[in-house]
Design a protein around this ligand. Structure first.
Ligand code: SAH
Length: 392
């Protein structure tokens, strides 16, 4: 295996088990590796520190192990087994009411660059690093062993998550099996999952717990689910006996998906309607009859440079919601931008409340669920933030 030597003193974060080597910390290689190749990482003095996947970019190495051990099918099997055991312990796996969960959450499961979501008998696997792409078949074989009798297909979906410059010629498709049944169950509710064309792996698994909380507040309320995508929050609001539920998304495809998911669970129920509209326009033009509003926008800031603009965006949509929501209304508001931290998001929402002149209480502070764990040595893994607010 080729060896990477760090600049002197650049090993501190690795000694604290942070799983990344930034390109600026590299002194030299004994021999230049290929993108995606495994490398040994050593200090300037040649002491072993870690093994990881190398690629071109600011995050140059994603660490797989801090021990000198072979990374082979057995290695993947052990890591995947640990991930599965954690999901069984949490209760999202091995549960007849729920077969929709994240099995592998990158750094959070000590597998940086890899995401695996489970939808019934299908696993959808996504590589975010060239190294994981190179290892995809080996990982798939190990996954079938760990999940024997639980899954029968693995769909690989990395067309948009890999650096395009690496020119890997990756295509989306089945690595194993060929499942056509795409209905999965989350907390007893059914959802069509479109892993072929949908966003991410086909569904936003990370809002499961927050949807449950919303269900609890829905009774008798008029609900607006803004940025609804597949309508997760809408379906839970319906089960929670909402008076009416309106789902809005700028994508016509999302409106089709939410309607299909409502039909699957509440066929012919006239309490629901969906609209393909831009959020800003809808919030401007809507009346003031909603008393439960969900704002779950896409990541406004994908990078640190977009931060100021993103914070303004959060303030703007939240202000519109505060202006229109009924007295005694409840607002579920989220940010999934990694670049925006909890305090910045709070400040954006507080600014919005003040500008709308409303009295607001924080009822809950929300985050990502237990199947999207945060590696204690990698605080960057915390990305989903939410507030549930009572608006007087
Ligand atoms: N709440 C969803 C996930 C939302 S993803 C869930 O629980 O599954 C963000 C969604 O916002 C996407 O479906 C995207 O189509 C939509 N979107 C992006 N920009 C928008 C805009 N300006 N107005 C309305 N919807 C928008």
């Amino acid at each position: 295996m080729k060896t990477l030597y760090l600049k002197y003193g650049k090993e501190d974060s690795l000694r604290r088990f942070h799983p990344w080597v930034f390109s600026g910390a590299i002194h030299h290689f004994d021999e230049q590796p290929e993108e995606g190749e495994l490398v040994r990482v050593c200090t300037g003095d040649g002491d072993f520190i870690a093994i990881g996947h190398w690629q071109i970019g600011s995050i140059a190495v994603r660490v797989l192990s801090f021990e000198e051990e072979p990374v082979n099918e057995n290695f993947w099997q052990i890591r995947l087994q640990h991930a599965y055991e954690a999901r069984l312990a949490i209760g999202v796996a091995g549960n007849p009411d729920n077969n929709t969960y994240r099995l592998v959450h990158g750094e959070g499961d000590n597998l940086p660059g890899l995401v695996i979501d489970i939808y019934g008998k299908t696993a959808v696997m996504q590589a975010h690093s060239v190294g994981m792409h190179v290892c995809r078949q080996e990982i798939a074989t190990a996954l079938m062993k760990v999940m024997e009798g639980v899954i029968d297909s693995i769909f690989y979906k990395s067309e948009t998550t890999l650096p395009f410059k690496a020119a890997l010629g990756q295509e989306n498709g089945f690595l194993i099996g060929n499942a056509s049944d795409n209905v999965a169950v989350e907390n007893g509710l059914k959802f069509h999952i479109d892993w072929l064309k949908g966003q991410k792996t086909g569904f936003f698994v990370d809002q499961r717990d927050n949807r449950s909380l919303l269900e609890h507040y829905s009774k008798g309320r008029s609900v607006l689910n803004m940025f609804c995508y597949t309508g997760g929050f809408s379906v839970y609001a319906m089960r929670g006996n909402a008076k009416l539920v309106h789902s809005v998304d700028s994508s016509a495809k999302a409106v089709e998906l939410v309607n299909a998911n409502i039909d699957l669970n509440f066929p012919g129920d006239a309490r629901h309607a969906a609209f393909a509209e831009d959020a800003f326009k809808y919030l401007d033009e809507m009346g003031d009859n909603y008393d439960l509003i969900i704002l779950d926008p896409p990541a406004f800031a994908k990078h640190k440079d977009a931060l100021r603009h993103a914070l303004k965006g959060y303030t703007k949509i939240n202000q519109k919601a505060f202006e229109k929501i009924q007295p005694g209304g409840i607002l579920f508001t989220f940010s999934c931008s990694q670049a925006v931290n909890k305090d910045q998001f709070r400040l954006a929402v507080f600014t919005a409340a003040a500008q709308a002149h409303r009295k607001v209480r924080i009822l809950h502070q929300l985050h990502q669920p237990a199947d999207h764990p945060i590696n204690i040595y990698h605080p960057e893994g915390e990305y989903l933030k939410g507030l549930v607010l009572y608006v007087e």
